[in-house]
Design a protein around this ligand. Sequence first.
Ligand code: SAH
Length: 261
Amino acid sequence: MRLGIISALHEEQQGLVEAMERPYKLIHGMREYWTGKLWEIDAVAVLSRIGKVAAAMTATTLVEKFGVTHILFTGVAGSGDPSVRVGDIVVAESLVQHDMDASPLFPRFEVPLTGLRHFASDRQMALELSHAAQRFLEREFMDAIDAQERAAFALQAPRMHRGLVGSGDQFVSHRERIRALGEALPGLLAVEMEGAAVAQVCFELGIPFGVIRTISDNANENAATDFMRFVKSVAAQYAFHVVRQFCRQARVQASRVSAGT
Ligand code: SAH
């Protein structure tokens, strides 16, 4: 396994690069690709920057130039459902480009010529991510996040959810907009700006991928104010712990396979 790890924001990537063994930086297409070992997994960590095109470009480069075999996307997202709260984790089971609309030529949300509205993430990766997220929330969350920050964001007993994530080139910050998206896309748990683009690239190139998002805001009028502090003090910790646990699990899997058990 050679794992490509894409983060959308600098704060999320920083911790991973610091944890890397023998990190080596290569600049390509205005991005820094960090190759090295992360908890004994061969990894390439990169910042995608924001939006679908940026994410698609990054995912493609990871596969074509860096030869990654799997892609993991970590980031933050706005809540798409009242049951999904700030501080919760969403593991994507499928992803949709919520701003794709080539109707009446193709049904709304369908990506032309793929016949798909929803792109499914890799089942095994989603399962491993859910385990990693659950473990983080149960065992590490209290130590990893300062009491002051837990209080500031009213994080009490954050939960993990699995389901549909919507991506579009839009920071959703109006309650009517998020409500309309939720109505048009039943089961929508979170909105962000990259995941479904990575999903399409991985689908087309045949690369297993997973997307995990920490909920940073409620995609309403307060979204922007909450966002930056949350990313720095909370989301970066989440991403670090979940990726570490994911890599450790992958390591155990790999040694089981090589031992033939
Ligand atoms: N203020 C930030 C911009 C962040 S854009 C800056 O200056 O860097 C928001 C990022 O977080 C995107 O990568 C997106 O994937 C995710 N995100 C978080 N909340 C979101 C929301 N409500 N709508 C859309 N994307 C959101």
